[in-house]
Design a protein around this ligand. Structure first.
Ligand SMILES: [Zn+2]
Length: 202
């Protein structure tokens, strides 16, 4: 089964920020860049990320509500899977937990069209406009890349089915690790509206 039928995770290249941040040398990715990325995540979600913490493994986490321990360990589990498979494929860039920033947003829906528990965020349809995922200018996504440098994405807060959190983290970070290690394979995954799903790294 194509995972995309269950989880939509997006890379929308609509943001000028992605390119601004890309030009910033890694060493100077300081508070200023982090601030820009946070502003972008707030623009995408319409949320305010008041809480800032690190997961037990060192992932940078910004959230609307204080994250539960279960959310944080589920995020770590998703990265553990990604890092393992990336290294197995010979990809070593951006394979530290601390290379990543995760924004935990307020879900814009808690159930999918079939009534299954599925906390998702509503985002601008962009390249998905007119596709079956288009709900009238927006699409529901389980996760979305916010920036490539630093590596950042947004997911929705979960109170159950934490395996789904690990899965979304695994898929979103797959886009990012491919971006930094294998641009050709990244391009294959960059736009799910033209088909393709996760995981492609095995
Ligand atoms: Zn994806």
């Amino acid at each position: 089964m194509n995972i995309f039928t269950r989880i939509i995770c997006l890379v929308l290249i609509i943001s000028a920020l992605i390119f601004v941040a890309l030009r910033a040398p890694i060493k100077s990715q300081s508070a200023r860049t982090q601030k820009l990325v946070k502003a972008e995540a707030e623009k995408i979600t319409g949320d305010k990320f008041r809480y800032s913490t690190k997961s037990p493994k060192g992932v940078n986490v910004f959230s609307v509500n204080k994250p539960t321990a279960k959310m944080l360990t589920s995020i770590d589990k998703g990265f553990a899977d990604l890092i393992k498979v990336a290294v197995k494929n010979g990809y070593y860039k951006r394979t530290d937990y601390s290379d990543y920033t995760v924004f935990i947003a307020k879900p814009d829906r808690n159930k999918d069209s079939k009534g299954n528990y599925s906390p998702d965020i509503a985002v601008n349809a962009a390249q998905y406009a007119g596709s079956k995922y288009d709900k009238g200018g927006y699409v529901y996504a389980a996760g979305m890349v916010v920036a490539f440098n630093p590596c950042a994405f947004v997911i929705a807060e979960h109170t159950q089915n934490f395996q789904r959190v690990s899965d979304v983290v695994r898929y979103e970070s797959e886009h990012l690790v491919l971006y930094h290690n294998d641009r050709k394979r990244f391009k294959q995954t960059a736009d799910h509206s033209k088909g393709g799903g996760h995981p492609i790294l095995k």
